[in-house]
Design a binder for this molecule. Structure first.
Ligand SMILES: *Cc1c(COP(=O)(O)O)cnc(C)c1O
Length: 509
């Protein structure tokens, strides 16, 4: 099927936008500057007489260029974004209003502590909520993202092992279904990584885990609820076998949105867990960041937490800046400048206070309900990867496409034509041709129904056996169609040069 062509290359009111450098009109400017006064040359022979390489454009062309680029962004504010394992939920505008209050927006980490007591109280309030919700002994607030929080937890674990004469423990166990950041963090922290298999139910195989536990295992990292959208119901037994083997239990808490307000993490026997404030606590993420990944810690790991640490002293607050001092005697050090992502803390606290503990509990319930609604209705045509209900996200495999020559990728591309951002594809790796969807609690039934109708329609069309060519041609209504993703990853063209202009265009295609 060929793309309908237009003389301009535009598609309806979606306008083509070339690179700003390709629109250069030499000598054109958006402002008229008076001629520079004559000055005595003081640069010796160093004066640069070459063109500086900036494009010349008139003001309306600059405005249109950047406005069109901004309109090419797809985001949670413009439409449904059913990525799995990401909790792309609505970011309440109240959070933004709070973050813009001058007392929060205009302070600086170098100010004398006596002038930022309110800011420190806010960090402490955020920390208190996270400790109350999880029941954990301490929380390190400085990690700047989920993966950074993982590193924080593993650094605490490494320090604890070293302090206890267990520095020979050099391996970390990670389930096959783990988020990619888990093995990456373990490797960055200097550990060897060993995979443990899932059972047919999509959960950690406890017998296999036991078989892998031995004296060189430092920790086990388990995502719960896991990336198959399932609660690890053997968690307490898993914690026990890990601890009996002298290792620590790291829980990846990025999926906390499914359980917040419903269980105390401490009761599962967890030693460290990061919380993605940009997922569960509705602060912006995904290119719109920055996020924050505070790491809650058990009493055994708390002494090793990174600095700086906000501490309550009488009625006020102080900050312990140095590892080796005061409460931070055993701290492993600092992992980030300043106190963490303060603007994100303000948004998260605003969300927590607006929701209340009961509201957070309702949110996790609604998130799970929405995912199960998708699971139930889509099961009419799609094939669920696992039996039974799911938590906050549902996974389908590609058995429903068997014999059609249509793939998971084709379905995802066809969804773009339907006006929906595709869900996560081909992840978790343990599910063949996976489609992983997390609707979150903030989508209405009407939005979910419209998504479901689109997906059911595509599944029926694929099974009809008459639409293969149409699927292979999708997306047809987007400004660009199938990009050569491998070439883009292997040979990225990141810099524009006048004579490479054609090459850059080809790479973008
Ligand atoms: C998002 C996510 C992470 C990583 O968090 P970032 O903030 O993106 O670094 C880790 N594990 C799981 C399960 C996630 O969903």
């Amino acid at each position: 099927m060929t793309k309908p062509t237009t003389a301009s290359g535009n598609r309806g009111l979606q306008l083509e936008q070339s690179l700003i450098f390709e629109n250069d009109t030499p000598g054109m400017t958006a402002v008229d500057l008076p001629a520079a006064p004559k000055v005595t040359e003081r640069l010796g022979g160093l004066k640069n007489t070459r063109a500086i390489g900036l494009p010349g454009l008139a003001e309306p062309d600059v405005v249109r260029h950047y406005t069109r680029l901004s309109q090419k962004n797809y985001s949670i504010d413009s439409g449904f974004y059913p990525l799995g394992s990401c909790t792309m939920k609505h970011n309440p505008r109240l959070n933004e209003k709070m973050a813009r209050l001058p007392g929060f927006a205009d302070i600086h980490p170098f100010q004398p502590l006596s002038t930022v007591q309110g800011g420190l109280e806010l960090i402490d309030t955020c920390a208190r909520w996270l400790k109350d919700l999880t029941g954990m002994a301490a929380v390190a607030m400085s990690p700047a993202a989920g993966a950074h929080g993982e590193l924080c937890g593993l650094m605490c674990i490494k320090s604890a092992h070293e302090a206890n004469g267990q520095g020979h423990r050099k391996t970390i166990l990670v389930p096959e279904s783990a988020h990619g950041t888990n093995p990456a963090t373990a490797a960055l922290c200097g550990y060897a990584v060993e995979a443990i298999p899932a059972n047919a139910e999509g959960r950690v195989d406890v017998a296999a885990l036991k078989a892998h536990l031995r004296p060189e295992i430092a920790a086990v990292m388990i995502t719960n609820p896991n990336t198959c959208g399932l609660f690890e119901r053997d968690c307490i037994e898993i914690a026990k076998v890990i601890h009996d083997a002298g290792a620590y239990f790291y829980m990846d808490g990025a999926n906390y949105n499914a359980i917040v307000g419903r269980l105390r993490i401490a009761d599962l026997g967890v030693d460290a867990m990061h919380i993605n404030l940009h997922k569960t606590f509705s602060t912006p993420h995904g290119g719109g960041g920055p996020g924050a990944g505070p790491s809650v810690l058990s009493a055994k790991l708390a002494p090793f937490a990174p600095v700086p640490q906000v501490i309550k002293v009488g009625e006020g607050y102080d900050v312990e800046e140095h590892a080796g001092h005061g409460a931070a005697t055993q701290s492993y050090g600092r992992m980030k400048g300043y106190h963490g992502q303060f603007g994100v803390f303000v948004r998260a606290v605003s969300y927590m206070m607006a929701m209340g503990i009961d509201g957070l509990r309702q949110a996790s319930g609604d998130a799970v309900l929405n995912a199960n609604y998708l699971l139930a209705r889509l099961s009419e045509e799609l094939t669920p990867a696992f039996d039974g209900p799911c938590m906050h996200e549902c996974v389908f495999d590609d058995r429903f496409l068997k014999g059609t020559n249509v793939t998971t990728l084709d379905i995802a591309k066809a969804l773009i034509d339907e006006g929906v951002h595709p869900p996560t594809m081909y992840f978790p790796l343990v599910v063949h041709g996976a489609l992983l969807m997390e609707p979150t609690e903030t989508e209405s039934k009407a939005t979910l129904d419209s998504f479901i109708e689109s997906l059911l329609h595509l599944a029926r069309k694929a099974k009809s056996g008459t639409a293969e060519a149409e699927f292979k041609a999708a997306p047809q209504f987007s400004p660009r169609r199938r990009l050569d993703e491998t070439k883009a990853a292997r040979k990225p063209v990141l810099r524009w040069t006048p004579d490479a202009s054609n090459g850059a265009k080809q790479a973008a295609e």
